[in-house]
Design a protein around this ligand. Structure first.
Ligand SMILES: Cc1cc2nc3c(=O)[nH]c(=O)nc-3n(C[C@H](O)[C@H](O)[C@H](O)COP(=O)(O)OP(=O)(O)OC[C@H]3O[C@@H](n4cnc5c(N)ncnc54)[C@H](O)[C@@H]3O)c2cc1C
Length: 501
């Protein structure tokens, strides 16, 4: 069976790891596609500054579903990187751990072929018999002999390109993506004033890098002006009320869906069982970044309980999220998501301390109410909605996050545009593309459910809402690869039957 993996970041490498483990692996012939920079590492874990840290402690991040300490063990056993016995390693170190597996497999097995090119187009070749699976044609950008045919394709292409909310892409001094962070200051002069727009996790990366490498006050601006929370003391949490059994009972009573109000009621019960002072934590934010960070650092125990519960919920988000109606998904986004977002994906405590010290010594200012950014007379004018206040800087680094919806795509997302244009994929109303939640099969408006095309990772963010961290991607890789081997067995049985007739 000919298999293609398009995109060799976390999802692509995880798929390959699972494929290799199976006794029937020799029956596959696998091509893996990515550009030379990201092959085996992906975007978030590419080679970059060591100021950029993983956001989950080393002991809780692993590509091996059966060994959560595998990354730690790999780090302890190798000698290329030495950052001591820390909780949060630089992100590129995790990238090398992932790439190590790709390199090892490529050396061990001659049925894996690495193609250092991005895929530009994909097509479905229809078969005359319905029972014969459709073939998938994959083409790279290079014109000669660039198309190959596959029986099974994994679409693991990661995030879409970055948002450009003020249409500044291509303007001198506008750095349209914060990665790689160690190149963001390449064109920046010593005396340039810099602003970062966006206050999510990506902006923390830029803050760490710019504070360490540029000796002028840094301005961070966004609409809300809120930084993520600080990681508390994490613990294991087993869900007692938000369970599949409860959901099944609710579905029976509500024609196959679970009302959002019932989900919220079950979540509140989880909080009570864990003694989490929910109202106190949800409404703790004052809007003053210094005060808010200090609060989090002083309440690591209760905050850790809430963050651990949210992590357990996110681990189960596939069936929770996909039990809601679309109207309830939207209601969740409007009413509750802000609180969940603030309290999940927390920053390491060291980052919080670095920010506090920069705020205190005047090297950092965080501003809310950003309304517009305009390029005028060679400088950037940031306008805020409060008192008509303006700040003027020379350089703007865009950390507003990647696009999430197909209707926002531009030429940087050529493959997805092509897939949507050919009706191979369709937009999910909450972002990304439509897939079957349980199997990751791509749902095409033209060809129906494509059992031999699976999408995993950031590109599925509408269905896999809040479920695209490493561990959750690995879980999906394990599941879908199991299904590939079932598909292979069925195909082999079918071939035998056809031969005997
Ligand atoms: C900045 C950042 C930091 C993060 N840090 C963490 C963390 O510390 N811990 C954690 O658990 N999660 C983290 N995450 C979440 C993260 O999204 C996942 O952990 C994971 O890396 C996503 O995997 P992926 O395979 O979907 O995307 P990626 O790992 O980015 O892989 C996608 C790959 O596809 C390639 N590609 C794209 N288009 C094509 C094409 N047309 N043809 C061929 N190849 C293509 C890209 O070059 C890339 O290598 C972070 C995310 C971001 C954005």
């Amino acid at each position: 069976m000919k298999v293609a993996i398009i995109g060799m970041g976390t999802a692509g490498v995880s798929v390959l790891r699972q494929l290799v483990k199976h006794p029937n692996f020799a029956d596959l012939d696998i091509d893996v596609y990515d550009n030379i920079k990201n092959m085996g590492q992906g975007e978030p874990f590419q080679n970059d500054s060591d100021d950029l840290l993983i956001n989950i402690p080393v002991d809780m991040l692993s590509l091996n579903i059966d060994n959560i300490k595998e990354f730690r063990e790999w780090y302890d056993a190798q000698s290329d990187f030495d950052y001591g016995d820390v909780d949060y390693l630089p992100r590129f170190v995790f990238g090398h751990y992932m790439k190590g597996y790709l390199d090892r497999y490529v050396n061990m097995y001659d049925n894996i072929h690495v193609i250092y090119q991005e895929v530009a187009q994909l097509g479905i070749e229809e078969q005359s018999h319905d029972i014969t699976p459709k073939k998938i044609v994959v083409c790279t950008k290079h014109p000669e002999a660039s198309c190959r045919q596959y029986d099974y394709v994994f679409v693991t292409i990661g995030t879409m390109s970055y948002n450009d909310p003020y249409q500044l892409k291509g303007t001198l001094g506008f750095i349209d993506s914060p990665y790689p962070a160690n190149h963001t200051l390449d064109q920046v002069q010593e005396n340039d004033d810099i602003a970062v727009i966006g206050t999510g996790l990506a902006s923390l990366d830029v803050i760490r890098y710019v504070l360490n490498h540029h000796n002028k006050k840094l301005l961070i601006a966004s609409r809300g002006g809120q930084l993520p929370s600080v990681r508390g003391d994490m613990r294991e949490v087993d869900l007692r009320y938000l369970t599949k059994e409860q959901f099944d009972a609710l579905k029976r009573a509500h024609m196959g869906v679970v009302p959002l109000n019932d989900v919220i009621a079950l979540f509140r019960k989880e909080c009570e069982a864990l003694d989490i002072p929910l109202e106190q934590l949800l409404y703790r934010r004052t809007g003053n970044v210094e005060q808010d960070l200090k609060y989090d650092l002083a309440h690591t125990e209760i905050l850790g309980r809430l963050q651990s519960l949210l992590m357990a919920v996110k681990d189960n988000m596939d069936w929770i999220w996909n039990s809601l109606t679309q109207a309830d998904q939207q209601a969740y986004l409007d009413r509750y998501h802000q609180y969940v977002k603030e309290n999940s994906n927390p920053m390491p405590r060291d980052t919080a301390k670095l920010i506090l010290s920069a705020l205190r010594n005047g090297m950092l200012e965080v501003c809310s109410g950003l309304e517009n950014v305009e390029h005028k007379h060679g400088r950037y004018h940031l306008k805020f909605d409060d008192t008509g206040r303006q700040c003027v800087v020379d350089v703007v680094i865009n950390a507003t996050g990647p696009k999430t919806r197909l209707d926002q795509l531009d030429e940087s997302d050529a493959l997805l545009l092509d897939l949507a244009d050919k009706q191979i994929v369709q937009a999910h109303p909450m972002g990304g593309i439509q897939i079957v939640p349980e199997t990751n099969e791509v749902i095409s408006p033209r060809y129906g459910t494509l059992s031999n095309m699976r999408a995993i990772g950031q590109v599925t963010n509408g269905v896999n809402f809040q479920r695209n961290a490493v561990t959750m991607i690995v879980q999906q890789a394990v599941k879908t690869v199991g299904q590939l081997y079932q598909h292979l067995e069925q195909q082999q049985q079918l071939d035998e039957t056809v031969n005997t007739i």
